[in-house]
Design a protein around this ligand. Structure first.
Ligand code: BES
Ligand code: MG
Ligand code: ZN
Length: 490
């Protein structure tokens, strides 16, 4: 899908579908803007008959059969003083998602003078594109009726030189993450994940290293390999590096949980634990690879960025890890595995140690780590933890800009008690209460304390059944936009 702008007089405009936003103010005057396309006097009559004043969230639909303009959708933006770009973004996304199977091009005209920045307009484009995402890879009929291939912004005036290049790259990153998350576990295996990473490296000129099981063993990654032991599929440890040509001012590592399937292991997922959904347990690594794709295209200056995924499956066989096993991670710490279903943190233990050894200034990890975060924050908000206030604030700002919701959770030191083991340095699982917090505290044991670190638990946000706003039902690609925005803000 491409983005375009049209800056000329509207009487030379060619289009069939127009979304026109109006505020609650002198309707007649606002309609003047489109009087070269349509008879605004009769339109005003019709609008008045429907008692529409421009109220926020209200939409009027007009179909014309004898004119060039076939469909006009008027959306209410509410009072000028309360105009809010997040609301606009969501109503645009809702409307466009529903009509993207009918139109090849959708044009948008809003009161641009009330929009404060180029970034907001770009986010409208991003929302429009992401809301129409469709995935037909696993359907033999492949009939998804996706028609829309152009989003056109009309008469942007002072924003006329807007470039949507980065927006396109970000959307491609989010779409890759969605494809990875939605792919079933017999398709997206650890090997396939490593091939996808190689493709990113090839397309955007990143360095890539893929460590096989023996190489991980040589590095002493006993925690990661304990998880992988019960699977017939080989684990793949993925490390991509994106280095700016300009002098490096900052080094960053992005680490993602990459369980291509999580059965729970011998602590098998039973009852309502949704074992059949556990293909999405690589949502963190999907966000990291999606960000790698976007940033590989954007090529930010002065940064060295590492993308790290310890990919494997958590399965059961005769050599699978037993509940009660004691293993050793690559930083030398021993762990009693009192629950094989708390496997994500074990893979992250070695991935974080590996990241830490690269001596980055900061590490951000993303993981579908705990059911507890879903109970705490639901499906619209991800929880995050950080050992550094500046990093926490930067992340909050980035997520607000990106339109992904994050809520900071405490690294409650007193809960470390819950991870005490009688036999090893620690257990991998604490008590049920505060389960997402003890998970974060566990991760904190595996990198150098001078490194700024944040952990984002996306167990609730990486998938949606709601078909709302910019997210059609299914994988959301959550995290890509925040990561890219955080880097762009540097
Ligand atoms: N992958 C799950 C977490 C999860 C749960 C993600 C629900 C998405 C939706 C993780 O590996 C897990 O099983 N965590 C356990 C930890 C527990 C054993 C301490 C959990 O949350 O139940
Ligand atoms: Mg698990
Ligand atoms: Zn898991």
């Amino acid at each position: 899908m491409q983005f375009s702008t049209f800056q000329q007089d509207l009487n030379t405009w060619q289009g069939t579908t127009l979304i026109f936003g109006i505020v609650e103010e002198d309707l007649k005057n606002q309609l003047e803007k489109i009087n070269s396309i349509i008879d605004t006097n009769s339109l005003l009559d019709k609008i008045n008959k429907k008692r529409f004043k421009g109220e926020k969230g209200k939409v009027l639909n007009f179909d014309f059969f004898d004119k060039k303009l076939q469909t006009l959708k008027i959306i209410g933006l509410g009072e000028t003083k309360n105009i809010n770009s997040n609301d606009i973004k969501n109503s645009l996304a809702d409307i466009i998602r529903k009509s993207s199977d009918k139109d090849e091009k959708i044009s948008i005209l809003l009161p641009w003078e009330l929009i404060n920045s180029q970034e907001e307009i770009k986010s409208f484009g991003e929302a429009a594109r992401l809301s129409t995402y469709k995935d037909n890879r696993f359907n033999s009929k492949r009939d998804d009726k996706q028609m829309l291939n152009e989003i056109e912004f009309l008469n942007l005036n002072k924003y006329e030189n807007l470039s949507f290049k980065d927006t396109e790259y970000i959307c491609e990153g989010v779409e890759l993450a969605r494809r990875l998350v939605a792919a079933p576990p017999n398709s997206l295996t650890p090997l396939e994940m490593s091939l996808q990473a190689s493709q990113i490296a090839k397309d955007h000129d990143l360095e890539i290293k893929i460590l096989d099981k023996d190489e991980c063993e040589d590095l002493g990654m006993g925690a990661y390999l304990a998880v992988a032991k019960g699977s017939d599929l080989e684990p793949k440890f993925i490390h991509l590096t994106l280095k700016s040509k300009s002098p490096i001012k900052e080094k960053i590592a992005l680490v993602g949980k990459g369980l291509t399937f999580d059965s729970g292991g011998y602590n098998l997922k039973v009852g309502a634990s949704q074992i059949e959904m556990m293909k999405y347990d690589m949502g963190g690594s999907a966000a990291v690879l999606g960000a790698a794709k976007a940033l590989g295209a954007i090529k930010p200056d002065g940064l060295e960025i590492h993308f790290i995924v310890a990919a494997c499956e958590n399965m059961i066989n005769g050599s699978a890890v037993h509940p009660g096993d004691v293993i050793k991670a690559s930083n030398g710490k021993t762990i009693e595995i009192n629950n094989t279903d708390a496997e994500g943190r074990l893979t992250l233990a070695d991935a974080l140690t590996y990241a830490s050894n690269l001596k980055p200034d900061s590490i951000i990890d993303l993981a579908t780590l705990t059911g507890a975060i879903v109970v705490a924050l639901g499906n619209d908000v991800a929880g995050f933890w950080s050992n550094d206030n500046d990093l926490a604030n930067d992340l909050k700002n980035a997520s607000a800009d990106a339109g992904e919701e994050l809520w900071q959770m405490p690294l409650q030191k007193s809960y470390k008690e819950g991870l005490k083991s009688h036999i090893a340095d620690m257990k991998n699982t604490g008590p049920r209460a505060g389960g997402s917090i003890t998970a974060a505290l566990f991760l904190e044991e595996f990198f150098h304390e001078d490194i700024k670190w944040a952990h984002i638990d996306i167990a609730g946000t990486c998938w949606t059944d709601k078909n709302k706003g910019i997210n059609p039902s299914g994988a959301t690609g959550f995290g890509v936009k925040t990561l890219v925005q955080w880097i762009k803000n540097k």
